[in-house]
Design a protein around this ligand. Structure first.
Ligand code: PLP
Length: 364
């Protein structure tokens, strides 16, 4: 191979959504495409999912919503991060729906809808335990009363909340949030409800409501940590070896010489570093097993510091490894969850950092 390849398998994302949709029966399976579709490319993801029948998308910022709108003219698009002060005007022209999460968000949206005479469809986020976004329980009744009295001035098209620990099914907070969300829904009869992210879908029917909001699992992330990943991998990253050298016992590799050869070793240098989104926290001083790559079917550890544009792999166990051979950093047994663990983080962070420099290539 001659250059780095970051390959995005769109059909795998489509298959993953179909798989989740089957699990939730009659509930709608939307798609979260914030952060450039978790680093896989927002437009490509939205186009492929919309063509397969996905009708509802969630982004974090209005700018992402505009990008989604350009490729999905008929979709429903919600902007998760509430209404930043003074931004209501970014929503109307693009038919974006804000997810209103505070009394201030709601009054700003009311003013905007009143002034523009737009229908003003919006979601309302009720907080059930995250303490991040969403109306506190003490504010639910007031909003519900105004909806009942027809003084709200806009239509609530979705009532939603967000799970704190969905990927830990045994955590007590799940049951408390499910109960609290049911209380909220009772105050808003006739409004559709949405609670589950990727992992939340696997908590069972009590968490499904009318619409589920997976992100990570669509891009191949494991919604069931510690169990076999039921999703198809979407991302593959491979980079050719630039050069391979012999080092003697006692020789140091990389910045600050943190890795010292304990045996006669073969070290391969690769054009991949933290400026490419390959996190420096995957660095491996002597005795630490951190980031890895597969070369000729063998899992090889990173040796020493990951630098900005380069890293070193210990390919001693791959006899015959040579310049131009492929090192696969994500793919096969190196799924994004394992890559995340190796760097002391989660697969979500790995995905969203990729693609800054290596061009993405989509396959279908
Ligand atoms: C990011 C996000 C999701 C998707 O979560 P995943 O764990 O990636 O499936 C769903 N809902 C909200 C409110 C989010 O912020």
């Amino acid at each position: 191979m001659t250059s780095a390849e970051l390959v995005i398998d769109r059909s795998a994302t489509v298959m993953n959504r179909r798989r989740l949709a089957r699990l939730v029966g009659s509930a709608e399976c939307a798609a979260v495409v914030k952060a450039d579709a978790y680093g896989t490319g927002l437009e490509g993801a939205v186009r492929a999912l919309a063509a397969d029948g996905c009708r509802t998308f969630f982004v974090a910022h209005p700018s992402e919503g505009i990008r989604a709108r350009e490729v999905a003219p008929d979709a429903v698009i919600y902007v998760l991060n509430g209404l930043a002060p003074g931004t209501a005007g970014d929503y109307g022209p693009w038919r974006l729906r804000p997810v209103l999460g505070s009394p201030e968000d709601i009054s700003e949206w009311q003013d905007y809808v009143h002034a523009t005479e737009l229908p003003g469809e919006a979601a309302v986020h009720v907080d059930t335990g995250m303490n991040r976004l969403g109306l506190a329980p003490a504010d639910w009744g007031d909003v519900a009363a105004r909806r009942r009295d027809n003084t709200l001035g806009f239509e609530i098209t979705l009532l939603m909340s967000h799970l704190v620990s969905a990927e830990e099914p045994e955590a007590g907070i799940n049951g408390r949030q499910i109960a609290s969300f049911a209380e909220a829904r009772a105050l808003f009869p006739g409004v559709k409800g949405s609670l589950a992210n990727s992992a939340g879908i696997f908590l069972g029917p009590d968490a499904h409501h009318d619409l589920v909001r997976p992100g990570y699992a669509l891009y191949g992330g494991n919604p069931l940590p510690g169990e076999r990943n039921p999703m198809e991998p979407v991302v593959r990253l491979s980079v050719p070896l630039l050069q391979v050298r012999d080092v003697r016992p006692g020789d140091a590799v990389g910045y600050n010489g943190t890795w010292i050869a304990g045996r006669p070793s073969r070290i391969a240098t690769v054009s991949l570093g933290y400026a490419d989104g390959f996190l420096r926290s995957g660095s491996a001083p002597t005795g630490v097993h951190a980031a890895e790559a597969v070369v000729a079917g063998v899992v090889c550890p990173v040796a020493g510091r990951i630098s900005m544009d380069l890293l070193a792999l210990d390919v001693t166990d791959v006899p015959g490894a040579k310049r131009g051979d492929e090192a696969m950093f994500i793919g096969g047994e190196l799924d994004i969850d394992r890559v995340g663990r190796n760097a002391g983080t989660i697969g979500y962070e790995i995905l969203t950092q990729l693609g800054r420099r290596h061009p993405r290539r989509e396959v279908r």
